[in-house]
Design a protein around this ligand. Structure first.
Ligand code: PHE
Length: 514
């Protein structure tokens, strides 16, 4: 937990004050945003840099606490990487021609954030607070496909087949090992019996603990009426299913803590969340202003920004919450302390690309796939189906979502080449259907102005508990920092929210001790 870190080492200044005021949350217990002490905000001004989720949460909570808030946002919309694109929107990159999105009305593409786990309490609390309706985002679907050149020559296989044949095959081998006495040292006789019973059900084993398939796989010939013949699909041997190096990852993707069912998303597009904040912060947000400098002053902080047509402006404030990704902040001229500047300069941001298409819903009409994700061994990785508009005529299909090592070479191509690579990849999952894909749009996050990256290295395994990051979380004089990149929660809106709560607590502490 980010908020738990103050107890680790070397706390001082604002962090100590936060603790004194009870503003540092207990690790592991989410109790909502920090409570402002008394009249913390009265007569105090805060400038918030960036109207992504971290900036919006900061502005919203600080305004509630009585601060005079100004948010500076370079784009003409809120949300940052929470970006839903619709027909008529223009997508720009720093290395490609602009794209005008050609979707029909009612269709949309969540170019950035696209799913919310049930366990991300902060996101859900804000959706509840603002009445943002959510619906299920089908993350894993037994009808989705697995495609690998290494397995049956790229024949598209149903998720249920791969999943249950792997489980059946592994269960059979384990049962055999038990019966050969290979686990006699590990297990008592009674537990060996129990495990054999368990595996029989778990792996759908038959006579002699052999796995010979089950109706979990679906039918080759479907049942109709009594007496008419039907047959269950034949199993694929485990030794064939382990030939693709990514299938173990893909088969367990939906077991990752933050990818587990139920996953959700706002009805009508992920941007319902940033717009819910922004609609309530109307006069506080200045759009189309790009921060160029941030310096400390005797009484606080001064931020300079540029606007279109060479105009420039200044905001003076007592405090700042800097909610720009470090990929962008590193180009802003600041007088940060050496460790803070080092953290800003050194943080690595990942690349990621998506390609979306409008198309007739062949995945539903032909393949009975309603939401979820098919996996393919291409650089486009997947077909991600819409979890809304089921059985309507057309829908938006994400025909590429890739990361780091794949994303940069992918993004180095022309738009046309990106589209054709995605089309070919979808065509391997749905043979003959690639030609139905139309109105493509590609996002290459490492090249999206004002983002310049998809997310900072994303997982809790990455050790960001360095002196430089501790200095950032402590804050630099009147400046507190927020953003996804400051939380071990990783590449999620929840990370932005939790880090914003930490920054807010820091501002409350500063205001209370001023
Ligand atoms: N949250 C993003 C997603 O779900 C990025 C991410 C991918 C984060 C995989 C963790 C694991 O696509």
């Amino acid at each position: 937990m980010v908020l738990g870190f103050a107890r680790i080492a070397g706390i001082s200044g604002a962090m100590a004050a936060m603790q004194g005021l009870g503003l540092v949350a207990e690790a592991g217990v989410y109790t909502g945003p920090p409570k402002p002490p008394g009249s913390a905000g009265r007569g105090k001004k805060v400038v918030v840099l960036g109207a992504g989720i971290a900036g919006l949460v900061s502005a919203w909570e600080l305004r509630k606490a009585g601060f005079d808030v100004t948010v500076l946002e370079a784009r003409h919309r809120p949300g940052g990487r929470v970006w839903t694109v619709r027909g008529g929107d223009v997508m720009t990159h720093d290395h490609l021609p602009a794209q005008r999105v050609g979707f029909d009305a009612g269709h949309f593409f969540n170019a950035g954030a696209a799913r919310i786990p049930a366990c991300h309490h902060g996101v859900h609390d804000y959706c509840r607070e603002f009445g943002v309706p959510l619906e299920v985002q089908v993350n894993v679907n037994a009808d989705a496909r697995y495609v690998s050149a290494n397995v049956r020559n790229g024949l598209p296989l149903e998720d249920r087949q791969v999943r249950h044949d792997v489980r059946g095959g592994v269960s059979e081998l384990l049962a055999k090992a038990i019966n050969k006495g290979a686990l006699d040292e590990e297990l008592t006789a009674l537990d060996r019996e129990r495990l054999l019973d368990f595996l029989t059900q778990y792996g759908a084993l038959g006579e002699g603990y052999a796995y010979t398939g089950s109706d979990r796989l679906g039918y080759e010939v479907e049942p109709t009426v009594h007496g008419a013949p039907f047959s269950i699909r034949k199993p694929i041997p485990l030794t064939e299913l382990i030939q693709d190096p990514n299938w173990a990852f893909q088969l367990t993707f939906g077991d990752q803590l933050y990818q587990q069912t139920a996953m959700l998303h706002p009805v009508g597009g992920m941007d319902a969340i940033p717009y819910a904040f922004a609609g309530r912060l109307k006069s506080e947000i200045k759009y189309g202003v790009q921060v160029t400098h941030m310096k400390r002053t005797e009484t606080g902080v001064r931020v300079l920004y540029s606007q279109k047509d060479g105009l420039a402006g200044t905001v003076d404030a007592d405090y700042a919450v800097c909610a720009l990704p470090f990929s962008v902040l590193k180009s802003v001229k600041c007088d940060f302390s050496a460790p803070v500047q080092a953290a800003v300069n050194n943080m690595v941001f990942d690349a990621s690309c998506k390609v979306a298409w409008q198309a007739p819903r062949f995945w539903e009409t032909e393949d009975r796939i309603y939401g979820g994700i098919s996996n393919v061994d291409s650089r486009c990785n997947m077909a991600w189906y819409p979890s809304y508009g089921f059985d309507m005529k057309e829908g938006v299909l994400v025909g590429c979502y890739n990361f780091t090592g794949q994303a940069e070479p992918f993004a180095a191509q022309s738009l046309k080449a990106q589209f054709e690579e995605s089309r070919a990849s979808v065509d391997r999952i749905h043979p003959g259907k690639g030609r139905l894909l139309a109105r493509p749009v590609a996002v290459n996050w490492a090249h999206v102005p004002h983002s310049m990256g998809a997310w900072a290295t994303e997982s809790p395994d990455t050790d960001h508990n360095t002196p430089e990051i501790r200095a950032v979380l402590e804050g630099d004089g009147p400046i507190a920092f927020a953003g996804q990149h400051l939380s071990p929660l990783g590449a999620w809106m929840e990370a932005a929210i939790r880090s914003a709560h930490h920054a807010i607590a820091g501002i409350y502490a500063r205001a209370s001790t001023a």
